[in-house]
Design a protein around this ligand. Sequence first.
Ligand code: FAD
Length: 393
Amino acid sequence: MKNQIVIVGGGTAGITVAARLRRAIPKADIAIIEPSGKHYYQPLWTLAGGGVLPKEATERDEATVIPKGVNWLQDAVTEFRPEKNALMTRNGKELSYQYLIVAPGIQIDWHKIKGLQGAIGKNGVCSNYAYKHVSSTWDSLRDFKGGNALFTMPNTPIKCGGAPQKIMYLAEHYFRKQGIRKNANVIFTTAGKSIFGIPKYRKTLERIVSERGIETRFKHNLIEILPESKEAIFEQLDSGNRVVIPYDMIHVTPPMSAPDFVKTIPLANEVGWGDVDPYTLQHKRYANVFALGDASSLPTSKTGAAVRKQAPVLVNNLLATMKNQPRTSHYDGYTSCPIVTGYGSLILAEFDYDGNPKETFPFDQSKERESMWLLKRYGLPPLYWHGMLKGLA
Ligand code: FAD
């Protein structure tokens, strides 16, 4: 089979790029390879885990988001053969292309934490990082009556670096509303060395953590869950010592990496991500290959908001490549993390590759605001479904 443009992955990045390409070159022969029958708006999983809305509100049939005229192959890529401009799929098809866009997202490595796979979803072990587990977070919050409530962050790149702490602020607020806060130790354990990378937003978050009596344990990397004794085992990253913390509930952000089928191929960089130029999104060795989103090597915080800015740059540079013209569009690393700090409050962090704030609004976005919560809750979802996925925003 042959298609002019093949897009691997029909998630946030794949659909956004397909929609933009469709508008730019209506006659182009475009195929998306996507195994899942469902498409998810993952940023709302934080609110679903906090009981604000049902998780079903984040799900649509994949068929409804595939742009008209784009060919959807419900299959999964297993192997890239860039020397031949071809790829292999799980159903045994060989597909060739003129141009390839790699966007299969990030892989969640549940198996890398001993004991987690058998424990997740029950007895207070929960995670917002998979659709099927989101409800376990809300169950864990409601079942919690006191003791240690742990929220972890791993030592790998993850999607949405703020999400591990967003759910913690919701939980802490929920415990206050339920009148059980005095019985609870809310503990944030992170492999990182601070609460957030960008100083402007870190300052506010440090104040919030301190005012709300949240305990922070930096350089603590979760390595094992003992569901019988309800203990979490961490490696202290400076000393290498094992640290045991008992839990009554634990929200786990699992380690993540590039999908296995991307890691092993000639398209990947030394740590497995689709190896593209950070500014043009074009592959460093194969000029007819581009990548964006969570599976790419772009050295920014992996978010849907980042994809929104990457997609037009990729499309412009792909069109230029098709016409043998120079690639003049540049991505500056823009990403955004709407950090939910409670029911009804949010800090809208926005920054670029250099960690410089790149804020949308004329006010100081490092302050907690109800307006920004309303934006996340009611404004961004329609912008996603009706703007971004249609190639309009
Ligand atoms: P995805 O949207 O994950 O899509 C990847 C697609 O590739 C999937 O549909 C998958 O089925 C498909 N695929 C996988 N394997 C193959 C294969 N072998 N062949 C073909 N296709 C394949 N972002 C924000 O901007 N703001 C937020 O507030 C925010 N909060 C978040 C909270 C949580 C809890 C989570 C989990 C994520 C959050 N994100 C947020 C991150 C955001 O959802 C991702 O960064 C974004 O979806 C990345 O887009 P993507 O297309 O690269 O990956």
